[in-house]
Design a binder for this molecule. Sequence first.
Ligand code: ADP
Ligand code: MG
Length: 312
Amino acid sequence: EKKTIEDLPGVGEATAEKLRENGYDDIMAIAVASPKDLSDVTGIGEGAAAKIIAAARKFADIGNFETGEEILERRKSIQKLTTGSKNLDDLLGGGLETQAITEFFGEFGSGKTQIMHQLAVNCTLPKEKGGFDSDVMMIDTENTFRPERIIQMAKSKGADPDETLKRIHVARAYNSHHQILLAEKAQDTAKEYNIKLLIVDSLTAHFRSEYVGRGSLAERQQLLNKHMHDLLRFGTIYNAVIAVTNQVSARPDVFFGDPMAPIGGNIVGHTATFRIYLRKSKGGKRIARLIDSPYLPEGETVIQISEEGVSD
Ligand code: ADP
Ligand code: MG
């Protein structure tokens, strides 16, 4: 049967409670933690924390190694979803990949939510039109989902707006905890539909507003890390595209070049497979820059956001 954190030697009721409060709520979370982190949140010594971690590693199903051949086989099932812009698709090597997280980050008004709407519509389109002929799940944290916008975009693609709306399943997340729960639950909910796209718009807004100050940074990163891994697992299980948005904040230490950096630091950066930085340009134009891809060159392109949606 499944072990709980109380099953770990050295973890009593009080320690378990402190661990849970800080997001270490299952064996795996503890197995991959550092002694210092556990010591910080529980107040027990680092030596005792190391023993707890060692026990957790014995219990945890850390995961098996896969051969290169197995990974290649899994990668063969990867599909690519069009963004609506040929330029952006080309930059991404053909579109957004399934089994990966693609992050769009940029300032307010840079077009992140517009792109999420367009991806949702595109996912429902037939295969000939670059779609997956599949349903979409969206976690909306800022209450910016607009069915009216879906209708506009669907019409411009020659799709039935009502049918399109029926295939987009939206949940509003009221805080970061709710957002995490929705992502956990998404794996079950998805069984009822044929989901090939999971959107989180915005990935970081709740975390940013709820965890302020240095003291809460470690906890925020820990929870974001868990959340992103839940999303990635969803992408792998359902061979689905995961698209998330992220804000930027100005780094006070940058005097030359672009001081805007995405929220969430290394945690988000390392878990997202593709990162696209959006900047406003003249008219409805946006500059999209690909950053940090595992196998594509860095580069940028121009896309257009109009009444019809996202295009070149
Ligand atoms: P973000 O999510 O990055 O804050 P949005 O995706 O909400 O930004 O982008 C908002 C911008 O999208 C608006 O400022 C406008 O330029 C453009 N936009 C939104 N709706 C339409 C529309 N119906 N027609 C043309 N442009 C639109
Ligand atoms: Mg937005």
